[in-house]
Design a protein around this ligand. Structure first.
Ligand SMILES: Cc1ncc(COP(=O)(O)O)c(C=O)c1O
Length: 580
């Protein structure tokens, strides 16, 4: 059957159904006309004229009359024929306008790009047809109240992309564009998802955790307070770095990372007391990618890891996704219970340990210097690697400096130190690093290249400039003084208002509470939610489903007033609803 099409505009709406139903002619709301035409294939003239024929119908009739019996080999399109035949007809102009009436200019984006994209969408989804004439540049510019140059540029770009073609003296026409060729099918993607991904979904706190509104007091997050961000100096660092080597940082970089940043971080780790002679650094997309890369690269000999219990939820998630069994060792107020750790190590074999010695998440506990030494001795004796998470260690408000485990290991090579700028600077940057033995970094580099090629060189370069300009130290000083105040306020208010069994948190951005009388923190959360306060139930951090009576309070993003108010609400709820 030959195809000819007539695009009509009804009450300002393009008749999409016309294209979708693929009928020869479709008069939306003029149903009987359509039926009549397609069934009998008679000319329009043969049809009795309705008495109350509206303007548009008169136009249609007029149009069809002018072509007699709609020639079979011809597409009658509104762009080509209506315009040529009825240039002066008010309704046709109204019609053109109607076709483009959903073109809305968005501020802050070049209009020619918006117009180009609009027309491209109309062509690719079949609203503008092959060989259909587009309005002249003059006409379209006047209809859309935009400059003619804008239309000219949009048309030129569309021509370059092969979506339209120009015929000298005649105008611009829609090219042949293959659309809607494939039969539309509906796959069931659930059938194609693997077990690992289902597990990732199941463990996704963002999706399945308690939803809260912005007018609530949320202790959920331990993200930094964005109000503290040093945007001005970061902007300056960006401009400076771009002026120095903008062309280089916008190209591909090295999988291992941006060299000046690696050099800076090696020096940074050396200052922390790490012997860097046999070490190297790989830059990653934050701590999380660093751990994932490591887990993808290490031999899963025993399929078992050992860590503090509770521990960082994301790390637990990754261990599970990589198929490790997890053994959690409980924590004293000065770090992991070393005698239990020893007892476990002596009974089963492990691939490595994962430890957060400073401002542990979720407990906020700092492992004492004595315990750090004991841990190192133990792992040396068992010849086991330690993955040290140093994400938060700069956020020390009081007490003496504690060197990371990586420093305790000296020239030894069993500590893999992973850290990031997420908590101590800007998490949006997604820049972290792995410091480890050179031989290990050599292999991790290849895994990094295989997975993501490299971390954004632009981000790394701007960060380097910011660090090198000395802005990091200044920012950290300011951030620490603000967080220290919030920390002290949170501790004080919890002591006053919450009847807890145990509270831990030596610094950092959160406190961890164990409730009295085994009160279930999820039931408490339900009650607090109704009063506009949310927090993270502690069980999500446990390796063994324990911790039902615990909760984590992240205070970093809250105002002081909110910290006091929120903690008081939790305390009152405990007393009123749980007899705490
Ligand atoms: C224990 C721990 N390690 C590391 C991180 C940082 O992860 P990332 O650098 O991927 O943002 C966090 C963030 O919350 C954390 O709690």
């Amino acid at each position: 059957m030959s195809r000819f099409k007539l695009l009509l505009v009804d009450s300002g709406v393009v008749l999409e159904s016309f294209y979708l139903c693929k009928l020869n002619v479709c008069f939306n709301s003029y149903g009987q006309w359509h039926d009549w035409y397609t069934k009998t294939n008679q000319t329009f003239d043969q049809m009795a004229e309705p008495v109350d024929m509206p303007e548009e119908q008169k136009l249609i009739k007029c149009l069809i009359k002018s072509f007699g019996t709609l020639p079979q080999d011809r597409k009658i399109t509104y762009g080509v024929d209506l315009l040529e035949s009825f240039q002066t007809c008010k309704n046709v102009r109204k019609g053109i306008k109607a076709v483009f009436n959903d073109f809305k200019i968005i501020e802050g984006r070049p209009v020619y790009i918006q117009l180009k994209e609009y027309l491209k969408r109309m062509i690719t989804n079949g609203h503008l047809l092959e060989n259909q004439k587009l309005p002249s540049t003059r006409e379209l510019s006047s209809l859309l109240s935009i400059s003619r140059n804008t239309v000219l540029t949009a048309y030129a770009d569309l021509e370059q992309e092969g979506l339209i073609y120009a015929v000298k003296g005649k105008g611009n026409f829609v090219s042949q564009v293959e659309t809607f060729n494939a039969p539309s099918i509906q796959l069931n993607w659930k059938d194609k998802i693997n077990e690992q991904t289902f597990l990732a979904d199941e463990l996704d706190l963002m999706k399945h955790g308690v939803r809260w509104n912005h007018d609530m007091i949320s202790f959920n997050s331990i993200a930094p307070d964005e109000k503290l961000f040093d945007v001005e100096n970061f902007k300056r660092a960006f401009l400076n770095r771009m002026a120095i080597e903008g062309n280089i940082v916008l190209n591909y970089g090295y999988a291992k990372g941006y060299k000046p940043l690696i050099k800076y971080l090696l020096h940074y780790m050396e200052i922390k007391g790490v012997d860097i002679r046999n070490k190297d650094i790989l830059i990653t997309n934050g701590f999380t990618e660093g751990l994932d890369l490591l887990l993808s690269s290490l031999n899963k000999k025993h399929g078992r890891i050992i860590c503090e219990n509770p521990t960082h939820h994301t790390a637990l998630k990754l261990f599970r996704l990589h198929g490790f069994d997890i053994e959690g060792i409980e924590m004293d107020d000065d770090g992991i219970d070393v005698s239990k750790l020893e007892s476990f190590l002596s009974k089963k074999e492990y691939d490595f340990a994962y430890l957060i010695p400073s401002y542990h998440n979720p407990t906020g506990i700092v492992t004492s210097s004595k315990k750090r030494k004991e841990i190192m001795e133990l792992f040396s004796a068992y010849q086991l690697p330690i993955v040290e998470d140093g994400f938060n260690e700069e956020l020390r408000y009081s007490g003496s400096h504690l060197a990371p485990l990586a420093a305790f290991s000296g020239i030894g090579n069993n500590v893999i130190y992973i850290s990031s700028f997420s908590k101590i600077l800007f998490p949006g940057l997604r820049v972290g690093w792995i410091l480890a033995d050179k031989d290990l970094i050599y292999y991790l580099e290849s895994m990094k290249r295989a997975r993501t090629i490299h971390t954004s060189t632009l981000d790394q370069a701007v960060l380097f400039q910011y660090l090198n300009d000395g802005c990091f130290e200044k920012y950290l000083k300011k951030a620490k003084s603000v967080y220290k105040k919030k920390y002290e306020l949170a501790v004080h208010t919890c002591q006053q208002a919450i009847p807890f069994k145990r509270m831990t948190g030596d610094g950092g951005l959160h406190l961890f509470l164990e409730l009295e009388n085994n009160i279930d923190s999820r039931s408490l959360l339900e009650k607090c939610y109704q009063k506009g306060v949310v927090f993270l139930p502690g069980d999500v951090f446990y390796t063994d489903g324990c911790g039902k009576d615990t909760l984590r309070l992240g205070f970093s993003r809250l105002k002081e007033r909110e910290i006091t108010q929120g903690i008081k609400i939790i305390g009152d709820t405990l007393r009123i609803d749980f007899g705490g």
